[in-house]
Structure formats: structure tokens, C-alpha cells
Design a binder for this molecule. Structure first.
Ligand SMILES: *Cc1c(COP(=O)(O)O)cnc(C)c1O
Length: 368
């Protein structure tokens, strides 16, 4: 019996992507080996965290890095750093922000489910503009002596109500207001590890458990030296906002190993494989009467990364949510996305030997 079947939970075929509710990602055996080795002895955890940050910064090409228990934790820790700025009294006082700059500006078009992590640290979110239109003048006018940071969601940068990161950075920099970017799922391309920093971000938060393929409950913040030190002070294992977001020694070692492997991966070959998988799905589905399938790319923020080709499927007699639900009820269950009115097949997490069962499941439900 498999490890999940013991609990009466069936493993599923993941055609959805590096989505947390279906398990995020598969760890490379070398990551698992490093984690198992890490479990064999005790270690100075603050020192390990510090050295892991140095290693990740070097691999990423950033000035400094802080390891967190995921990107959402990274947002809370980065926000706490921008509120307390390393002051021991303030670190202990949070999420009570009395006496501190306490507001996080956010473009209305960048509001999303993960910004609760910003509020978790004690900050109040202040929206600027509307979901369809925002100007730099509006951002400028929103800056007050309560502004502690500007929170920028990289996944929404292409939305009508967004502004280019570079322009926002140039605006807030003279005010000394840190710019915190949520880039949790913006990999690949590997170049995004540094592109947001190059555009003027001060802190950029990534998930370790998505395309990087580290432990699901890992992540890191990249940024400039003084701010990353302030992040570390408000992060685990200090008694602070970050103390509730623990990263164990196995996770720390696993994350560093995964980042090492990630920056060496041949993404030319990986993209070619993703394209082949998507094309196989499209070809098979187009054989089914009443069905149309095509290769495409996501146009809605949050369905990341945007560069991975998807197979979009439409079936005249079935809505996309109906098809998704039918696929989830199969044995084994198949997890797919819904985007617009179509089912979206994301090849990102598919193993080679899952292509055939995936196609079989699709053809069977689409012909039913
Ligand atoms: C996945 C995701 C997060 C959360 O990342 P975790 O590592 O799961 O905590 C935050 N923001 C965005 C945009 C994400 O896609």
C-alpha cells in the first residue's frame, strides 16, 4: 500500500501546477538525501540559517537572503522588518504598531489572497487607484508619514490598473520607503531571481516549494544587506512575528540544495518538454468529437508562471468546472485548472509516465 493510501487518500495526477493544495512540487532525490542527512545531527540553527542565506544570495546573484517557511511567511517577515527596522522593542511589540509607521501601500490591481500576510505583521493595507487605472501621481499623493512600505505583486504587473515596478521604485526610493515584491511563483525564468531587484525592489519574496522544487514549506527573501538583516531579526528563531513560521534544519538544507539544482537546470530542454507534453494533450483531445484544444498561455494573474505553455480544452456539452470536477472524481484523481471558460492543462508537474493516464482520463470524460 502506498504512503497516502494508508490514510485513505488517493495520490493524484497533477496537471494543475505547483499549487499548494495538491502538494506544490516534487523534490529531487538529491534534495531528499540532503534533508535525511541533515536530520542525523544537531546543529546551531541560527548559524545554519545565516550560512544558508549567504549561499542562496550567492547562487541567486543578490546582495543578501533570508530563509523563511514559504513565500507567505516571507511577506509577513519582510513587512515586519519594514515596520520594526531591527529595533528590539518594536520587534517584540508587533503586530501592535503603536509609535511606528504602520501602512503598506498597494496598487488596487495588486490586491490578492496572499496580502493577508502583510496585515499579519501588523500593517494596514492602503489601496491606491482602482483595479483598472492607477497613476504615479496617485501613488505619490498616498505617501504620508505613516507609510512603512509599498507592497507590489509581480504576478499582476501586466494588469490594466498596474504600474511598472521600475517607475514605482523610482517614486518611493527618494522617500526611503522600502518596496517589497511578491514574486512567489515567478520562476522560471531563472533571471527573475534578480530582475525585480534590478528594477529597484528592496525585498523580493520567493517560494521554495514551487518551481525551485525545495520543501513545500520553504521560501526566501532576497534583498539589500541592511534590510535582509532586519528581516532575519524578525524571523524564526528570534521571538518575533517570524517565530510562528518555523523552518527546521532539514528544510533549510533541502532548500539550499534545491536552489543549487534550480540555477543549473537546462530550461531550454525543460520548456521543449513542456511544449511536447502540451502538444500531445492537444492532439489527443482534438480527436474527440465536439472538443477543441489549443496551446496557449495564461492571461490572468495568479496562474503562474506565465511562460509555461498550457493545453486549453473546450467541450461543447460540458462546462469547464464540470469537467474539472469529473476528473477529480476519477481513480486516480486528475487535478486540472479552469481559466476563463476552458479547462487548462499545465504540464509543469507532470511526470513522463503520467501523460498516458492523463490523456486517457481526458478522452474518457470528454467522450462520456
Ligand atoms: C504561492 C504564492 C504565495 C505563497 O507561497 P508559499 O511558499 O506557499 O507560502 C504567495 N504569493 C503568491 C503570488 C503565490 O503564488
Amino acid at each position: 500500500m502506498g504512503v497516502y493510501e494508508r490514510f485513505g487518500v488517493a495520490p493524484l495526477i497533477n496537471a494543475l501546477g505547483t499549487v499548494t493544495v495538491v502538494g506544490g512540487s516534487r523534490m529531487d532525490p538529491r534534495v531528499l538525501e540532503a534533508m535525511a542527512a541533515a536530520s542525523g545531527s544537531f546543529v546551531d540553527v541560527p548559524l545554519l540559517l545565516d550560512r544558508a542565506g549567504t549561499t542562496i544570495a550567492r547562487l541567486a546573484g543578490a546582495e543578501a537572503a533570508c530563509v523563511t517557511s514559504g513565500a507567505a511567511a516571507g511577506l509577513a517577515v519582510a513587512t515586519a522588518a519594514c515596520l520594526a527596522h531591527g529595533d528590539p522593542e518594536r520587534i517584540r511589540q508587533l503586530p501592535d504598531t503603536t509609535g511606528m509607521r504602520d501602512q503598506a501601500l498597494v496598487l488596487a490591481a495588486h490586491r490578492m489572497v496572499y496580502d493577508q500576510a502583510v496585515r499579519l505583521a501588523g500593517a494596514e493595507l492602503v489601496e491606491v487607484g482602482t483595479s483598472t487605472s492607477t497613476t504615479l501621481e496617485q501613488v505619490d499623493a498616498a505617501i504620508t508619514d505613516r507609510t512603512a512600505l509599498l507592497f507590489y505583486f509581480a504576478g499582476a504587473s501586466g494588469m490594466p490598473g498596474s504600474l511598472p515596478l521600475r517607475d514605482v521604485a523610482a517614486l518611493v526610493k527618494p522617500h526611503g520607503i522600502p518596496l517589497v515584491v511578491d514574486a512567489a511563483a515567478e520562476l522560471p525564468p531563472v533571471g527573475n531571481l534578480t530582475s525585480f531587484l534590478a528594477d529597484g525592489a528592496d525585498l523580493v519574496v520567493f517560494s521554495g516549494g514551487k518551481e525551485i522544487g525545495g520543501p513545500q514549506s520553504s521560501g526566501f527573501i532576497l534583498g539589500t544587506e541592511p534590510l535582509i538583516t532586519e528581516c532575519s531579526l524578525t524571523n524564526f528563531p528570534n521571538h518575533s512575528i517570524g517565530r510562528s513560521m518555523k523552518t527546521d534544519k532539514e528544510t533549510i538544507v533541502g532548500l539550499v540544495t534545491a536552489v543549487e539544482l534550480f540555477v543549473q537546470r537546462d530550461y531550454g530542454a525543460i520548456f521543449a518538454r513542456w511544449r511536447r507534453l502540451s502538444e500531445s494533450v492537444v492532439a489527443a483531445v482534438n480527436e474527440v468529437p465536439g472538443c477543441t484544444a489549443r496551446i496557449g498561455y495564461p492571461t490572468v494573474p495568479g496562474i503562474q508562471p506565465r511562460e509555461i505553455p498550457r493545453a486549453y480544452i473546450d467541450q461543447a456539452g460540458l462546462t469547464a468546472p464540470e469537467l474539472r470536477d469529473r476528473l477529480l472524481r476519477r481513480k486516480p484523481p486528475v487535478a486540472v485548472g479552469v481559466e476563463g471558460g476552458s479547462v487548462a492543462i499545465n504540464p509543469q508537474c507532470l511526470a513522463d509516465d503520467e501523460l498516458e493516464p492523463l490523456i486517457e482520463a481526458l478522452v474518457s470524460e470528454l467522450s462520456a
